[in-house]
Design a protein around this ligand. Structure first.
Ligand code: M6R
Length: 609
């Protein structure tokens, strides 16, 4: 949720920390801070607001001298965003500084304990407890003190720790919150995300849960939870830094929308060979697949919406029950999972805490877990029985676009792969879908070319206070995503309804001028979709419709505004249909002057429950 960077080496630390934080700001952006060892003491600078405030205060980092430091960009959980609650948090002597992602669940009891020992607190954060507790146990050996603290704190955390008494080292710890180490020459790094350090090194070490690392200028040593040394592999990151830069676009979101055809090519093309779907390293044997009795799809937010589309597509292809669960609900709803259940976990970041917890619960119950993940080496990828990467490249905008599209493509590929093994899809149908999948990137390019139309509709409707998305079946699943996209970046109230449900209550909200985005791409239910359009229009709604080229004329007769997508196999309609909805949200937010890449109250990766 928040971003962490640490540096130890021969260069000035503060500019490196600020640059790394700038690349992590999408993870949290209500305040930021750094702590640097100046040669005698720790100098700490923190500021509420965007990173730019801190950067201006420090003249881009020139105002603090020193070659070892830690930095943080925050998305507040404990304690409101303020200078004092920003990280780094320091111990009472000011000699130990801590940056932290996650939540220390038992911080209140620990705080009371320390207060009874006379330790004064200055912030409302759970993180200050960690800094104070390390100092409480510190007897000249930072690693040992951290080790003692780890046996007392509960919750999820990634920690970067710097002590003025041992400035030749940084200590890093992770449990249920991502943290990687960057290995350089004469310098080393820690970061919550590889993008923060990619400018300096491509060699990274992924820390496992419960592991601790000590970084010096010369090297990195890793330990388990009991501080016994462990050997770690270094991995090479091979994507380019410009993949995580704006490249001349005003917003990451727009860049990422436009990148979708290319991302789809990466996700689909290598997995289709001679007209057959090939999933390398798929963990289920043919026998496992034949034995499957049920599929669960577990995810949050937009990834959950991918699961909603997946339910329709997979049930149609496999003739097996597919249940879609919100990850945050899954583990509390007594899910029925056993060794004949395939659990598909979908997550762009691979770090969403609710999704991670659901994964663990599914494994505990004996389910076979396959994840669809974008970030290589992420926690969800590593804990799954098998992983299908989406290869979308780094996604920086908080509102997901290319991750959604590639997740959907991979889920469809998986459906085809399983259906062929189960013998539940006719060969001709299989070939048609595969061919259409291969055509998808080019068709998506056509949709993107028509973006001026969508920009025009955004200019007509950007002032509306409330928007309804209606659709049936796959169009309903698509509406969920369109509605979320709009509300998260434009702050317009919006809801998605299964059209058939309107008459059960929601239609009472439709009045003169209400904007209804009617999704009518699914041919089989087109006539019913038309009836719903007429129904809301006769109550005064303004209807912006989305349909396929084939239905342009008919829909054009009733809708106030019309956007079309090329015809394709029904299973793939949401993959094309989502693009105009992403663009509509983007242009509406742009016209409303919203902070598109960093919408209020949100963060890219949600590593708290
Ligand atoms: O990284 P994940 O896919 O697990 O993230 C899940 C949701 O937090 C995410 O999709 C969120 O809903 C997006 N901001 C939507 O654009």
């Amino acid at each position: 949720m928040c971003g962490i960077v640490g540096y130890i080496g021969g260069e000035q630390a503060a500019p490196i920390l600020l640059d790394g934080l700038a690349r992590l700001e999408y993870r949290g952006y209500d305040s930021a801070g750094v702590a640097v060892y100046t040669g005698e003491e720790l100098e700490v600078a923190k500021a509420k607001g965007r990173l730019q405030v801190l950067s201006d205060m420090l003249q881009g980092g020139r105002a603090i001298q020193g070659c070892t430091g830690i930095g943080h960009t925050r998305w507040a959980t404990h304690g409101a965003p303020s200078d004092v609650n920003s990280h780094p948090q320091v111990s009472r002597s000011g000699r130990i500084a801590v940056v932290h992602n996650g939540i220390i669940e038992n911080y209140s009891a620990l705080k009371q304990f320390l207060e009874r020992q006379g330790v004064p607190f200055t912030s409302q954060t759970d993180t200050e407890v960690v800094a104070q507790l390390i100092e409480y146990f510190y007897e000249g050996d930072l690693l040992q003190a951290v080790g003692r603290v780890l046996h007392r704190i509960e919750g999820a955390y990634a920690l970067g720790i710097l002590c003025a008494d041992t400035p030749d080292q940084l200590v890093a710890v992770r449990r249920d919150s991502p943290l990687i180490l960057g290995v350089g020459e004469g310098e080393n790094f820690l970061a919550s995300d590889v993008t923060a350090i990619l400018k300096h090194t491509r060699e990274v070490i992924y820390l496992e849960d419960g592991e601790v690392a000590v970084l010096t200028r010369e090297g990195v040593r890793c330990y388990n939870h009991f501080l016994q040394p462990v050997e770690k592999q270094t991995s090479h990151v091979d994507w380019e830094i410009d993949a995580a830069e704006k490249g001349g676009y005003e917003h990451f979101m727009f860049k990422e929308i436009l990148e979708q055809p290319e991302a789809l090519r990466r996700a689909i093309f290598p997995r289709v060979q001679d007209g057959q779907v090939c999933l390398e390293d798929f963990p289920l044997t043919d026998e496992d697949i034949q034995g499957m009795r049920k599929i669960y799809i577990v995810a949050c937010g937009s990834s959950y919406h991918v699961g909603m589309v997946g339910k329709y597509n997979l049930e149609g292809l496999l003739r097996l029950p597919v249940e879609v669960a919100l990850a945050s609900e899954f583990r509390y709803q007594q899910p029925i999972v056993d060794d004949r259940t395939l659990v598909l976990v979908i997550s762009q970041s691979g770090e969403t805490l609710d999704t991670m917890a659901a994964l663990r619960e599914a494994k505990r119950l004996g389910g076979k877990v396959v994840s669809i993940v974008n970030v290589m080496g992420s926690s969800i990828a590593r804990e799954s029985d098998g992983v299908l990467y989406t290869w979308a490249g780094p996604e920086i905008a908080v509102a997901t676009t290319k991750a959604y599209s590639t997740q959907l493509a991979v889920l469809n590929l998986l459906g085809l792969y399983l259906a062929q093994r189960l013998g539940t899809v006719a060969q001709e149908e299989y070939q048609t879908i595969v061919q259409e999948l291969l055509l998808l990137p080019a068709k998506m390019e056509q949709v993107l070319e028509n973006r001026a139309d969508i920009q025009y509709y955004a200019s007509q409707y950007f002032n509306h206070a409330s928007v309804f998305y209606i659709g049936r079946n796959l169009d309903y699943a698509l509406g969920l995503e369109g509605s979320l996209k709009l509300k998260e970046i434009s702050y317009i109230h919006s809801e998605a309804y299964a059209s058939g449900e309107l008459k059960h209550g929601t239609i009472s909200l439709i009045e003169q001028g209400t904007l209804v985005v009617a999704l009518a791409t699914y041919s089989r239910l087109f006539e019913k979709a038309m009836s719903n359009v007429v129904e809301v229009k006769s109550r005064g709604a303004d209807v912006l419709a989305l349909t396929t080229e084939g239905h342009r004329e008919e829909m054009g007769k009733v809708a106030n505004g019309l956007v079309t997508i090329p015809d394709t196999h029904p299973m793939l309609l949401p993959s094309l249909g989502v693009v105009p909805l992403q663009l509509f949200s983007y242009y509406v937010a742009l016209m409303r002057g919203c902070d598109i890449d960093k919408p209020r109250n949100l963060a890219k990766s949600v590593t708290v429950e």
